[in-house]
Write a new protein. Structure first.
Length: 253
C-alpha cells in the first residue's frame, strides 16, 4: 500500500517511521520546505509544494498513491484544504492526524486573537517585552507595533529581520521543557507571550511557564479545517489504514 504523509510535525515523522517499519507500506513523507534544515526523516522524503489541490491531485494519480495522511500542523489550513479537495477529486482515501488543542487551565491568562494582526493589536499601546512564539514567516505584522521589544525564537534565522527598533533573535531547535522556557522568560524579563494553540507536548513548556510566572498569553485561535475523517493519535491512523486496506481488498483493488 503506497502512502503519502503530508508532514512537518513530530507526529508525522514518527508516524512515517512507524509505518515504514511495518513493511506493508511504501511511505513517502512530504515537507513544505519552510524549514531550511529539516531533521532527518528516516523515510523517502519529498520537499516543496505541489502547486495547490490540482497539483496534489496529479501527484496522487501519477504516483498511484493508495492513501493520503494529513499530519500537518494544526495551523496549516491551506494544505489541509488542498488535501481534502485532492482526495475528493481523485478518490484517494484521506485521514487527518490532528492534535487536540490545549485547554485553558486555572491560573492561565489567555487573550484570544483571531489573526496575527489582531494579536499585535492586543499587545496594547504601552511598551512591553514580548516573546513571539510564532513561525519566522508570520511575525511581520508586529512591525505595526514598534513600541514593544520582541524576543523571537526560531529554527532558522529571521531574514529580513522584523522592522522594529528593538528585537532579539534566538536561532535554536526545540523541544523545550517548562524549565527551559521559564528560564528564558525570566532571563529576558518577558511581560507577555504570543503563541499558537498548537496542542501536543513538544511546545507546551512555554504555556506552563507562563502560568507559573503569571504571564498573559495572546493565543491565536485555530483556523477552520476541512470536515474529513480525523484521528488524534498515530495508533488510530494505523487502525484507519487497516480498515482502508480491508475495504480496498473487498473492492478488489
Amino acid at each position: 500500500m503506497k502512502i503519502l504523509v503530508l508532514g512537518g510535525t513530530a507526529e508525522a515523522r514518527a508516524l512515517a517511521g512507524a509505518l515504514a517499519e511495518r513493511g506493508a507500506f511504501d511511505v513517502i513523507l512530504s515537507l513544505a520546505g519552510r524549514t531550511l534544515r529539516p531533521l532527518p526523516q528516516g523515510v523517502p522524503t519529498r520537499i516543496g509544494g505541489f502547486g495547490g489541490a490540482d497539483g496534489l491531485g496529479a501527484y496522487l494519480r501519477d504516483e498511484k498513491i493508495d492513501a493520503l495522511i494529513d499530519a500537518t500542523h494544526p495551523y496549516a489550513d491551506r494544505i489541509s484544504a488542498n488535501a481534502a479537495r485532492a482526495s475528493s477529486e481523485t478518490g484517494v482515501p484521506l485521514v487527518a492526524l490532528r492534535r487536540p488543542p490545549w485547554r485553558e487551565m486555572p491560573g492561565d491568562q489567555w487573550i484570544a486573537a483571531g489573526s496575527v494582526p489582531a494579536a499585535a493589536e492586543a499587545l496594547g499601546k504601552v511598551p512591553r517585552r514580548v516573546f513571539l512564539a510564532l513561525g519566522r514567516n508570520e511575525i511581520e505584522p508586529f512591525a505595526a507595533a514598534p513600541q514593544h521589544t520582541y524576543l523571537v525564537r526560531s529554527v532558522d534565522p529571521v531574514d529580513p529581520p522584523l522592522a522594529v527598533p528593538h528585537a532579539i533573535y534566538l536561532t535554536v531547535r526545540g523541544p523545550f521543557s517548562e524549565a527551559d522556557d521559564r528560564a528564558l522568560l525570566e532571563r529576558y524579563r518577558i511581560d507577555v507571550i504570543v503563541a499558537k494553540n498548537s496542542g501536543g507536548e513538544a511546545s507546551y513548556g512555554k504555556m506552563a511557564a507562563a502560568r507559573a510566572l503569571h504571564l498573559p498569553v495572546v493565543i491565536l485561535q485555530r483556523p477552520a479545517l476541512p470536515d474529513v475523517p480525523s484521528v488524534e493519535t498515530a495508533e488510530n491512523v494505523l487502525v484507519w489504514l487497516h480498515h482502508a486496506v480491508t475495504a480496498a481488498a473487498t473492492r478488489g483493488v
